[in-house]
Design a protein around this ligand. Structure first.
Ligand code: CP
Ligand code: NVA
Length: 303
């Protein structure tokens, strides 16, 4: 058996592994679209632990494992012992003995690291306060599929330097593209020095110059709801609107992980306009995560 491989942050996969994963995703998507069976994970089981809300992540993992011939169980904090103080390490030991793979959406990255450390099966990060690597996998796959290679491209991240921004920072250094980040004062990324490919700009206009992708996210992520009104004031000038899009590359595309707040971080003109790829990004969560589950599980069978 090979060493256990988890996907807790984007940098858990190498460039070679990512390239193979994207090729596999194309193949899985093609088969799905042509109604061809692909039951590589028959009898395999996924446990999903959700400590925050979700539409896309739950659907794409639950449907993904079932389309590959396996099944899943959904656990949340409210009606499992996780919400009553059972140690994460104990939960990991028990849950991982009964299934083949685990996906967790939670608050602190430390929780998922502790879970993975004590797990006997692969663990996938379905979003923490610090990272959202599955979404960035889907976004990059979407760019490759619709536009071309990501290497050498320029991505502009406008807004909060949150979990999505952190996963983009890691992706830029592994896949060798430029990431221009612009956030309001007080909301700048803390880990930008980790990567020579990410640069900070004090204005969104400077960040979008020559960008092939302009991307943003909500101003107040899950867990930060109490800051909603102060953030609304601070982020006013970091809205992605038509004027800002017009300063990016001529063929720039718009991306957003969703859910979106029209009129706040993005205008409806942009998210519902011709440059937007948001529905492809959402769909590709399904295909890329099927490839990810296959890769993490099948990888264990290879010597
Ligand atoms: N983008 C994303 O992760 O969506 P959900 O919160 O609906 O899962
Ligand atoms: N940054 C957002 C992403 C939601 C998919 C959040 O954490 O709420």
């Amino acid at each position: 058996m090979k060493e256990l491989k988890h996907f807790l942050r984007f940098s858990d996969l190498t460039r070679e592994e990512l390239e193979t994963l994207f090729k596999l995703t194309s193949e899985i998507k093609r088969k799905f679209k042509t109604f061809e069976r692909r039951q590589t994970l028959q009898d395999r089981t996924l446990v999903m632990v959700f400590e925050k809300s979700s539409t896309r992540t739950r659907l794409s993992f639950e449907l993904g494992i079932s389309q590959l011939g396996g099944s899943s169980v959904y656990l949340n904090t409210k009606d499992s012992q996780l919400g009553r103080g059972e140690p994460v390490a104990d939960s990991a030991r028990v849950i991982s003995r009964m299934c083949d793979i685990v996906m967790i959406r939670t608050f602190e990255q430390e929780m998922i690291e502790t879970f993975a450390y004590n797990s006997t099966v692969p663990v996938i990060n379905g979003l923490t306060d610090q990272h959202h690597p599955c979404q960035v996998l889907a976004d990059i796959f979407t760019f490759i599929e619709k536009i071309g290679p990501i290497r050498g491209a320029t991505v502009a991240w406008i807004g909060d330097s949150n979990n999505m921004c952190n996963s983009w920072i890691e992706a830029a250094s592994i896949l060798d593209f430029t990431l221009n980040i612009s956030s309001p004062p007080g909301y700048e990324p803390k880990n930008i020095s980790e990567s020579g490919n990410s640069k900070f700009f004090s204005t969104p206009e400077a960040a979008v110059r020559n960008a092939d992708i302009v991307t943003t996210d909500v101003w107040a992520s899950m867990g930060f709801e109490k800051e909603t009104s102060s953030r609304k004031l601070a982020f006013q000038k970091w809205q992605v609107n038509k004027t800002l899009m017009s300063q990016a590359s001529k063929n720039a595309i718009f991306m957003h992980c969703l859910p979106a707040h029209r009129g706040e971080e993005v205008t409806s003109e942009v998210i519902d306009g011709d440059q937007s790829l948001v529905w492809d990004e959402a769909e590709n969560r399904l295909h890329v995560q099927k490839a990810l589950m296959e890769t993490l599980l099948m990888g264990q069978l290879k010597n």
